[in-house]
Design a protein. Structure first.
Length: 278
């Protein structure tokens, strides 16, 4: 009975590996996951140029864009091999690399900061003026949120004592919450994702940290040759006219090779990240 059980378990594992090995097989759609910070409609607008370039360069039949609802759901899908490629926040990319064997492909540049945005016209002018107010954020597992909360704590402001938080579905929703007065500030990145029509309505009152950009990662089941080809295609895409607008919408201006030193900087956040994503 024991030998039969081991044979069944071995067969199931080998069957799973056989299915996963063919993730980039000809004729099979590739599942590209994106950072869950904008609406699905906006994600299609942003990532369209990248999708078209990779389809041609990698000779793929289709790329299926998938935007999970939040970081916790995204990491669950990473664990379940629910993506073939993923544009990930850096701390989750590092967690996927260290714990699950995902492969970093490229990193987005430049680095950025976590910032507090308020309304330009009548928003709080300082951290002290935020006491008793509400801060909007899109996901408590976001690196910009983790860094900002730590920085605010060091400044003597504690959540639920000095201010409240509300979680929104996306950066866009946080912007609306501040504009409508539901929140007095929002936690954001120092680049990108602010709608052009709304930029003139916001100002920064506090900055924290210096954080690496997004990282594009590939499933641990991707063949070495395919990884090399994808890296080359992504770096080449970064030099095209189409990439300029794509990167601008994300708040970046380049895609570069990933170094272990870049990724190692994220190790201090791994324990807290893993705890939040459980």
């Amino acid at each position: 009975m024991l030998n039969r059980r081991r044979f069944i378990e071995f067969s199931l594992v080998m069957g799973t590996l056989a299915v996963r090995t063919h993730a980039f097989a000809a004729g099979k759609p590739i599942r590209l996951g994106t950072v869950p910070v904008v609406s699905t409609r906006t994600a299609y607008e942003i990532y369209g140029p990248l999708i078209e370039y990779l389809k041609t360069g990698l000779e793929l039949s289709a790329i299926q864009l998938e935007t999970p609802p939040n970081f916790k759901s995204m990491y669950q899908r990473i664990r379940e091999d629910g993506f073939d490629l993923l544009i990930s926040p850096p701390h989750i990319a590092r967690l996927a690399q260290k714990r699950l064997g995902w492969h970093p492909l490229v990193m987005f540049q430049p680095e950025h900061q976590s910032v507090l945005l308020v309304q330009m016209s009548n928003g709080p002018s300082s951290l002290e003026a935020l006491r008793g107010g509400t801060i909007a954020l899109h996901d408590s597992s976001a690196l910009v949120v983790m860094v900002m909360m730590e920085a605010l704590s060091k400044k003597g402001l504690q959540v639920n004592r000095d201010f409240k938080i509300i979680e929104t579905r996306s950066y866009e929703s946080s912007q609306i919450a501040v504009k409508q007065g539901v929140a007095q500030a929002m936690i954001f990145r120092s680049q990108g994702f602010i709608d052009a029509s709304m930029r003139e309505h916001f100002k920064v009152i506090f900055e924290a940290g210096v954080l690496p950009g997004y990282v594009m990662i590939a499933s641990p089941n991707t063949a070495r040759q395919q990884l090399q080809k994808m890296r080359a295609q992504l770096l080449a895409f970064g030099n095209t006219p189409e990439a300029k607008l794509f990167l601008e919408k994300l708040g970046y201006d380049a895609m570069t090779s990933v170094t272990e030193d870049n990724m190692r900087r994220l190790d201090p956040f791994l324990e807290a990240t893993e705890s939040r994503l459980k």
